[in-house]
Design a protein around this ligand. Structure first.
Ligand code: NI
Length: 254
């Protein structure tokens, strides 16, 4: 049972108790409205913060005492992916790329290169639609399957891992993933590299949050992120941290 389903049951019980109180004890309607608002806010919070595991179980970190982290890149492949791959190679780091299907179709050579270099490729839907949170289950499922097909077509590898666009989850996305059977990967270090413009701010934000077993979210879609990545890799190197794929991180669990 998901936390969301549990929330439904709790709200259902609350409603029953409220109806009893309303009929027998003269409770005000505002009690019910406050209960409803609290439930609604809880659902919103659970839908926008993947770390809450509210609608589905997502891996957002690993419990380990080893100095190891997983750097992940979303929304590529793009014209910056090659630079990212060169940096990872230079610092002997492995990473995970959650690719958008339509970008894979445009840049199949980059996809192949990611895999050749020993990195992991995950599914990040076909069109990365802003409306994903409002899409029907079958639309979400089709978005995921079309991306799997594109990745498999060009690389021969079928992705086992999925990351929802914007980290948004809801019961429909949970149902779609129940069918496609992907493991869901979130993060516990969000760089906000697509929102913050100052490289130093992004870098400091990341290193402040790094712990053994962290999953770091970056995007291989801008020069800014490439520059932050180099500073991050230098930091990891000088602090004896290793960067591995998400799959590699799972093997480090203690
Ligand atoms: Ni994304």
């Amino acid at each position: 049972m998901s936390k969301h389903q549990l929330g439904y049951i709790v709200f259902g019980l609350f409603t029953l108790i409220y109806v009893f109180g309303y009929l027998n004890l003269g409770w005000s309607l505002s009690y019910f409205i406050w209960g409803f608002v609290a439930w609604f806010l809880l659902i919103l919070y659970g839908s926008f913060f993947i770390q809450t595991n509210y609608h589905l179980k997502a891996l957002t970190k690993v419990k380990t005492n080893k100095k190891v982290v997983a750097i992940t890149f979303d929304d590529g492949p793009s014209s910056y992916t090659k630079e990212v791959l060169d940096l990872l190679e230079k610092y002997n780091a492995k990473a995970s790329f959650f690719c958008v299907g339509k970008n894979v179709a445009q840049e199949p050579e980059l996809l192949k290169l990611i895999i050749e270099k020993g990195h992991l490729v995950g599914n990040h839907t076909y069109s990365h639609s802003k409306d994903i949170g409002f899409s029907w289950t079958k639309t979400v499922k089709a978005e995921i399957e079309k991306t799997d097909e594109a990745i498999e077509k060009y690389s021969g590898v079928k992705p086992a891992y999925f990351r929802p666009p914007f980290g948004v989850t809801n019961p429909r996305i949970a149902r779609a993933l129940n069918k496609t059977k992907h493991k869901v990967i979130g993060w516990n270090v969000r760089s906000l590299d697509t929102l913050i413009h100052d490289e130093s701010k992004i870098y400091n934000r990341i290193i402040r949050q790094i712990h053994p077993g962290s999953i770091i979210l970056l995007h291989d879609t801008s020069e800014r992120s490439v520059k932050v990545l180099e500073r991050l890799l230098i930091y990891l190197d000088s602090n004896n941290y290793r960067s591995v794929t998400v799959e590699g991180l799972l093997k480090e669990t203690t």
